[in-house]
Design a protein around this ligand. Sequence first.
Ligand code: SF4
Ligand code: SF4
Length: 130
Amino acid sequence: MDASDRPQVAPAPGAGGPGARGRAETNPRQGAEQAMKYWRQPLDRDEIKVTRGRVEVIKDRCKGCGFCIAYCSRGLLVMSRKFNRKGYHYPEAAQPELCVNCHFCEVICPEFAIFSSEADAAGDRPPVGE
Ligand code: SF4
Ligand code: SF4
């Protein structure tokens, strides 16, 4: 068995060896950027299905604090120009199709006036709290 028959083994980082000359010709910054490009994208990214949600507001419970608008992870809520029975403005979904059913608005609301549920494939259910 001569040297050409042996399997090629990558040397340990920092060690010399047959690959050292080749690596020295590569820009290390380019290598790091290339590696990060792949780190930033999960390999199964195209297979992951993003949950679709439907957000609903129980208008007359709302006290218009705006927490849900400020913290919505998709920024889809806006304050309505209308008033509820208590005289407060309440949130509305300006782009309801963006909701991902993360429940964050629901968790942060001090009045239990907003919640989300998984959007069903068939379409809409009757709204709650009208
Ligand atoms: S469930 Fe999440 S994405 Fe949907 S409205 Fe609430 S905070 Fe926004
Ligand atoms: S967090 Fe609750 S009380 Fe505050 S604006 Fe949103 S729905 Fe109304």
